[in-house]
Design a binder for this molecule. Structure first.
Ligand SMILES: NC(=O)c1ccc[n+]([C@@H]2O[C@H](COP(=O)([O-])OP(=O)(O)OC[C@H]3O[C@@H](n4cnc5c(N)ncnc54)[C@H](OP(=O)(O)O)[C@@H]3O)[C@@H](O)[C@H]2O)c1
Length: 280
């Protein structure tokens, strides 16, 4: 793996697959970090990608140019969408905007996330609310808006990006851990409701692609979020990972595109760990 591959997730990987040909994907926080790797990997598999971001427009525009340059040669038009996922109106209008621009949404990846780390003793109400609102409520608002559209069409994929911290907890991350384990319950409920609604409308047939909802739980990944962690702490973390290193964003992204594929229609309500064996 070259340095370039780490700084420009997935973009420089030669060759392409066709698992997601003709599909439209919306990836929140899809213009940098793990989200950029997910956007690139979905594009590489043939999807038209709409990438969401919060406020870093320069970075988003740069990513859009890179994505178009790398995968847009076949005429696919990629797009970026600014919005705050903590705001329900922004979530609804982003979903509407993507449908308006691309005609549909087949895949929603709830990847946008933040941290505000402090011990419970020092955590403010605002620290608590901000993280829950972005990481958990945002996923709910977006899934709610996208699900109506997917159920009407009878097909769809929702993939939530949680974290190993949601499974294990972590000192200084009560808000983050609670938001990320909250995604497990949300995922399983959405998965059950999607199957129930499809069955009720007669769209859940033996060979249908269906509407599935799953969660990926990355361990520690080499992104800006982790750059803030001191070297000494990172060494301690690596010592707890059987594979002895952090994940590369592409290694999370490939599980997302696998779950997003039509062929993954029998996988729903699941939590997929990608963590180098850290939670064994
Ligand atoms: N990095 C890790 O080690 C790790 C491990 C496990 C799980 N995760 C999870 O993986 C996801 C991505 O993490 P990352 O490390 O790639 O993060 P990152 O590099 O900090 O990027 C976060 C992305 O989310 C967007 N975003 C942040 N707040 C938002 C909001 N309120 N509304 C809309 N978009 C918002 C950002 O937009 P702007 O660019 O405009 O700021 C950015 O595109 C998160 O859910 C995180 O919890 C990360």
């Amino acid at each position: 793996m070259t340095d370039t591959a780490q700084t420009k997730p997935g973009l420089d990987v030669p060759g392409r697959g066709g698992k997601l040909q003709g599909r439209v994907a919306f990836v929140t926080g899809g213009t940098r970090g793990i989200g950029a790797a997910i956007s690139s990997s979905l594009a590489r598999q043939g999807a038209t990608v709409a990438a969401g971001y919060a406020g870093n427009t320069e970075r988003a525009e740069q990513f859009l140019a890179e994505l178009t340059d790398t995968w847009g040669g076949d005429g696919r038009e990629f797009s970026i969408h600014q919005g705050n996922v903590a705001n329900p109106e922004d979530c609804r209008s982003s979903i509407a905007e993507v449908i308006e621009k691309h005609g549909r949404i087949d895949i929603l990846v709830n990847n946008a996330g933040i941290t505000r780390d402090r011990t419970v003793a020092k955590m403010t109400d605002e620290d608590w609310q901000a993280v829950i609102n972005v990481n958990l409520s945002g996923a709910f608002y977006l899934a709610q808006a996208a699900l109506n559209h997917m159920l009407e069409r009878g097909t769809g994929r929702i993939v939530n990006v949680s974290s190993i911290i949601g499974e294990m907890g972590n000192i200084g991350q009560a808000n983050y851990a609670a938001s990320k384990s909250g995604l497990f319950g949300l995922t399983k409920t959405l998965a059950r409701e999607a199957a129930f609604q499809l069955a009720r409308s007669g769209k859940l047939t033996e060979d249908s692609i269906g509407v599935t909802v799953n969660t990926v739980t990355p361990g520690y990944v080499l992104t800006e979020m982790v750059e803030a962690v001191p070297e000494k702490v990172l060494d301690k973390i690596k010592a707890q990972i059987p594979l002895g290193r952090l994940a590369r964003p592409e290694e999370i992204a490939r599980v997302v595109h696998f779950l997003a594929a039509d062929e993954s229609s029998y996988i729903t309500g699941q939590v997929w760990g990608v963590n180098g064996g850290q939670d064994m």
